[in-house]
Design a binder for this molecule. Structure first.
Ligand code: SF4
Length: 168
């Protein structure tokens, strides 16, 4: 497992991190927390975990150096929240297949007429969009970590690259 190359950068101020989950099973969040088992000591010197609900109950939604976004976008409410995250983030990273390509969370996009009829009441109840969207269909994405769940090596490489860019 590659390590974050924090020794190559001198963090004057910590990078503000946000981790957000939309329509998905949140397994990439689990991978993220497993990575913390190995990287917590080095990451706490570099990152301010500003809005990471899986780690803490009191979160701040103001500005982020890096916002990680997991899951697909299934409603106008989710799209509006994602746009707010984009406005507050220097870099936005799509995490996992659902965020990067929509599937498998966007499975209902492939439904036939009969299946669509059967879920009509659910779409109305949850004010869902007619089609589930990948993150890049709503906002600009700076980097993507594919995989279902996300590939830990690509995630670490992406984080390394962004840390080096933002702290240089
Ligand atoms: S990409 Fe896979 S693991 Fe990640 S939220 Fe979607 S279904 Fe779950």
């Amino acid at each position: 497992m590659p390590k974050l190359k924090t020794k190559s950068v001198k963090a004057k101020t910590k990078l503000k991190i946000g981790w957000f989950s939309f329509s998905c099973c949140e397994d990439s969040t689990i991978v993220f927390t497993e990575l913390l088992n190995d990287h917590w000591q080095e990451w706490k010197e570099v990152f301010d975990f500003r809005h990471v609900r899986v780690l803490k109950s009191k979160n701040v939604f103001d500005e982020f150096d890096i916002a990680f976004v997991e899951g697909a976008i299934a409603s106008d409410t989710q799209a509006a929240t994602l746009r707010q995250i984009r406005q507050r983030a220097k870099k936005l990273v799509a995490i996992g297949a659902c965020a990067v390509q929509g599937m498998p969370a966007a499975q209902r996009n492939t439904f036939n007429e009969e299946q669509n009829k059967a879920i009509e009441f659910l779409l109305a109840r949850f004010a869902a969009l007619p089609k589930v969207l990948k993150v890049s269909e709503v906002v600009k994405v700076d980097a993507a970590v594919p995989g279902c769940p996300m590939d830990p090596k690509v995630f670490l490489d992406t984080v390394n690259s962004l840390v080096n860019e933002l702290l240089k």
